[in-house]
Design a protein around this ligand. Structure first.
Ligand code: SAM
Length: 272
């Protein structure tokens, strides 16, 4: 294994003061980074897409685990530090300078790949929904290992009946398994964010037949957009939804958060 300088030294040498606009909160604890890189399982010779490597803390942990990493970073100030890392792991790291929101990740990777990222909070949820919303299923990505604000992570893994259960949970769980793998204290980051963080691990599951992501999104947006209201009120803007509840025998006086993911999928199927 190449002997790498401490991450703090990399930051100082390349003048990488954290930019708030780019959602930069860096991780320096190499033990913690190693634990995060172990969440997806054995990465020996596995293709990994990392969004937002920054100075390369998680990147080096992924490389040490044997992964072949493609890292997409928007901040050009980080590129020299990442080039050094690429030299230390010849042929194992390719760095793309760009905005992850604008790239076609499947085309970039061209083979099954795991995604691992300490996501910038400002784009985290949008990227997550993009990965979950792919047309073909199972997707080319084999797992997602993603850092979120703890509150968002809890919403992703929450179960029906919980006040956090909503659109994100349904979109994450209707054709994938989502689990909370690790909580990360705010003090682990430099600079520390205002809130606690947590890592979510997602793996694709079988896709229920006869349902489109688009319909599920439309239904969940309506049902959870007015989550305190009864279904007969909240989903009436979705054409045919009240009739679908009737046909399926779902009590229209229930509120969305009492429905199971399966019931929501059933309603979406009836509408698709
Ligand atoms: N992975 C590093 C770590 O764990 O220390 C840095 C994580 S920091 C929370 C998020 C990183 O994402 C920053 O380096 C930031 O420049 C980068 N970033 C922000 N928006 C991005 C985007 N749209 N596409 C690619 N990278 C982005």
């Amino acid at each position: 294994m190449p002997d790498l300088p401490p991450l703090r030294e990399i930051i100082a040498r390349h003048g990488l003061s954290a930019s708030k606009a780019l959602g930069q909160n860096f991780l320096f604890d190499e033990q913690l980074l190693g634990r995060i890189a172990s969440i997806p399982g054995d990465l020996a010779d596995v293709a990994v897409l990392e969004i937002g490597p920054g100075p390369g803390g998680l990147t080096r942990a992924l490389l040490r685990a044997g992964a072949r990493v493609t890292a997409v970073e928007m901040d050009e100030r980080c590129l020299p530090a990442l080039a050094e890392l690429s030299e230390a792991f010849p042929g194992k790291l390719s760095v793309i300078h760009g905005d992850a929101m604008k790239l076609d990740h499947d085309a970039l990777m061209g083979e099954p790949y795991a995604i691992a990222s300490n996501l910038p909070y400002n784009v985290g949820t949008a990227l997550f929904v993009k990965w979950l919303g792919g047309q073909s299923w199972p997707p080319l990505w084999t797992s997602l290992t993603l850092m979120f604000q703890q509150e968002v992570a809890q919403r992703i893994v929450s179960a029906p009946g919980n006040s956090k259960f909503g659109r994100l949970a349904v979109l994450a769980q209707w054709r994938a398994n989502a689990a909370l793998s690790m909580k990360v204290h705010r003090s682990a980051f430099t600079p520390p964010p205002k809130v606690m963080s947590a890592i979510v691990h997602v793996t694709p599951n079988d896709m229920p037949a006869g349902v489109t992501f688009k319909m599920l999104e439309q239904l969940t947006a309506a049902a959870f957009g007015q989550r305190r209201k009864m279904l007969r009120q909240s989903v009436k803007s979705v054409s045919g939804a009240l009739e679908a509840l009737d046909r399926l025998g779902v009590d229209p006086t229930r509120r969305a958060e009492t429905l199971s993911v399966e019931e929501i999928v059933e309603i979406a199927r009836e509408l698709s």
